[in-house]
Design a protein around this ligand. Sequence first.
Ligand SMILES: [Zn+2]
Length: 341
Amino acid sequence: MKAFILHNIGSFDNLKIKTLAIPKPGKNEVTVKVDFCGLNHLDLLIIAGKRPVSGKFPLILGSEFTGKIADPGKSQKFAIGDTVAVYPWTFCGKCPQCRSDRESICDRGGTYGRTKNGGLAEFAAVDEKNLVRIPQKLDSGKFCASVLSAITAKHMLDRIGIKNGSTVLVNGATGGVGTAAIQLLKRKKCQVICSTSKPEKEIKLKHLGADLTVNTKHMVNSLKEKFPEGIEYIVDAIGGKIWSESVQLLTKNGNMVFCATTLEENGQINIGQAFTRQINLMGSYGGYLSDLREIIKFVRTGAFNPIIDSVYPLDNTKEALLKLLNQKVFGKILIKVNGSY
Ligand SMILES: [Zn+2]
């Protein structure tokens, strides 16, 4: 089979298309014929060596994918041809976190495309407990574009319990997580403020539902002027300097949830101001299996429609990753492996 592989960390030069054997399902696994695989900032961090990998190379990248069962192995639940979405985080099913249905923070967890071979290949072997069925008649690309980023966004909003009609600042608004967060917030009738470092993307954010857009360069001053009392909720998909600046914008007893360290700098906080203003900071890692089931329901019923920036064939994955690296993206880039779009 054709696979997009990383044969060592550290450079885009280590990425190649290679022919590998079709994986046979291991214990509790099925083999999925991949339709689509979504690209994520996580892929760039893995290539750069900024996220731990399995250590076994070549590694097939791709954490977000959909496809059809090609070999059900010993599964009693799935048959050849069933269409499925793959939950990106591997989990043991036994540790205290898994027993509480918090699979993304499993004590022995990993990620497809990072600690196990992922979906940027014609076939992938996947644990059957990571599979969620999707309707056969509908385009599996839309589901694929929702698997990782939309459940991350949904999980973040659930973590801080954003109430209907709230005012919310979204940082990193133009990426997969950000565009999903905007749509989910508009469903809650929130007033959505979006920060971006790319003025040319502001119009697209407004089309998507942003009530106000602000350039990250003068975000603090501009928002302090418009919201002197502060902003009650912040959803941050960036980290670093923007994270540190955003903390200053929270109301007393305000809430910030964050899911990424995309920027190089570490986030910093003035602890004195943080406790005296009684602010609530909450980390959020991916989403749970229950979040994926719910997002799939949203996509199936049309309640959520992921923003797809572009679709590339598997052979052009490197080019697509460069587009992501150069921040030329609005929404999600999909790689079409066997699917049609
Ligand atoms: Zn576990």
